[in-house]
Design a protein around this ligand. Structure first.
Ligand SMILES: NC(=O)c1ccc[n+]([C@@H]2O[C@H](COP(=O)([O-])OP(=O)(O)OC[C@H]3O[C@@H](n4cnc5c(N)ncnc54)[C@H](OP(=O)(O)O)[C@@H]3O)[C@@H](O)[C@H]2O)c1
Length: 354
């Protein structure tokens, strides 16, 4: 039956993916923000792009912020400049928040471990974790491998955020209504579930970027369902967001002189939204009461709240690819992650199970 329907699935996924280009202007009326004074937020990839713009909004709303960024290449904005801008905004809005750059390299698992040890040692509840850092992947799947032995996009966009989140769960659990926001993509609809080539390689189906965004969005759904089974974690809400088709630096690493590249240039110039507009997907998912915990399942939250495990196209809830609701593929993904990251051995599945 599934194979008879598969052309229809492809058309449906193509439509859902294209809906990610929606460039409707989103204003403060849609995302008014909230008082975040005293809250702690970690946001990865926040020296540039949508992460930086989200950090600026969080700073304006009074949050304490940790900008989790790498030492960037020379042509990118340095995290110290991002921290300064966030501090200036916080001050201008009457806040005396703590805003710091903590180095993290998502291409190096040891760097994640060092970052997490530092955070856990600080002994603070974590209110919001934004898993945002990411890279584009070449259409022909040429790939660089990290020193951990993973395809770069697989590790930066997905694996490292899994490790970061699982390490920080005990700290998130100490907050009253913690949220985790994962920047996925509408391109997850184009992703292939290809566990045999999870870590890339010439025989991998599809594209590394889309596949890893699919794995990420599936993992969001799987983690939420596991969190709900455990009293110490059930108040944690995790959602995936597509920020929109954003004219950010992420496109700069792609070859843009062939036909497809020229079309991309055109779309970036005339159709794409700004990083500020893209950032509203993150800030909305982090602060909108409707996308917070569902009180019936999670014991906290407003009456009409939607809870977690969702996918949002910008600020609007939208259908995720069918694999995200498929319990069998989701649990195979969970097991595969354990094999790659040795999560059980690290004690990170003690509560959530294998
Ligand atoms: N732009 C779009 O149309 C679009 C659409 C859907 C989803 N997204 C997703 O949105 C997220 C943010 O992307 P963006 O569009 O804002 O692009 P961006 O401006 O290039 O931002 C990406 C961020 O990730 C960081 N990053 C990359 N590699 C890293 C590493 N090894 N360690 C730590 N940080 C690293 C970058 O840091 P450096 O400055 O050091 O490179 C930068 O801060 C990504 O996950 C992307 O996949 C974007």
């Amino acid at each position: 039956m599934a194979s008879i329907l598969s052309p229809l699935y492809h058309v449906y996924d193509l439509i859902q993916s294209c809906l990610g280009i929606n460039s409707t202007f989103v204003s403060e009326q849609h995302v008014p923000g909230t008082d975040l004074t005293g809250k702690w937020i970690i946001i990865s990839g926040s020296n540039n792009g949508v992460g930086y713009e989200a950090a600026k909004s969080f700073a304006t709303w009074g949050a304490n912020l940790i900008l989790a960024c790498r030492e960037p290449p020379a042509w990118e904005q340095h995290p110290t400049a991002a921290v300064k801008e966030c501090k200036d905004l916080a001050k201008a809005h009457g806040h005396s928040s703590t805003i710091e750059w903590w180095e993290i390299n998502m291409a190096d698992l040891n760097s994640i471990e060092i970052f997490c040890r530092r955070w856990l040692k600080a002994d603070r509840p974590l209110d919001i974790l934004c898993n945002n850092a990411g890279l584009a992947a070449a259409a022909n799947n040429t790939s660089t491998m990290t020193t951990d032995g993973f395809q770069l996009v697989h590790q930066v966009n997905f694996l490292s955020h899994v490790l970061l989140t699982l390490r920080l769960l005990p700290s998130l659990a100490r907050s009253a209504a913690p949220r985790i926001i994962c920047t996925t993509s509408s391109l997850h609809h184009f992703g292939y579930f290809d566990l045999d080539h999870f870590n890339g390689g010439p025989k991998m189906s599809g594209n590394a970027y889309a596949n890893n965004k699919l794995y990420f969005q599936m993992w969001v759904a799987e983690l939420q369902s596991r969190l709900l089974k455990h009293p110490e974690y059930l108040h944690i809400t995790i959602n995936g967001v597509h920020p929109g088709f954003v004219a950010s630096n992420i496109w700069n690493t792609l070859e843009r002189r062939d036909g497809a590249g020229l079309a991309l240039n055109f779309l970036l110039r005339y159709v794409a939204i700004t990083p500020q507009q893209g950032s509203l997907a993150i800030t909305n998912a982090a602060t909108n009461p409707v996308f917070g915990p569902d009180p019936k399942k999670q014991g906290v939250g407003v009456e009409n709240a939607r809870g977690g495990g969702l996918y949002m196209n910008r600020i609007w809830e939208a259908p995720s690819q069918w694999h995200c609701a498929d319990l069998d593929t989701r649990s195979r993904l969970w097991v595969k992650l354990d094999e790659e990251l040795h999560l059980e051995e690290k004690g990170l599945l003690d509560v959530l199970g294998r």
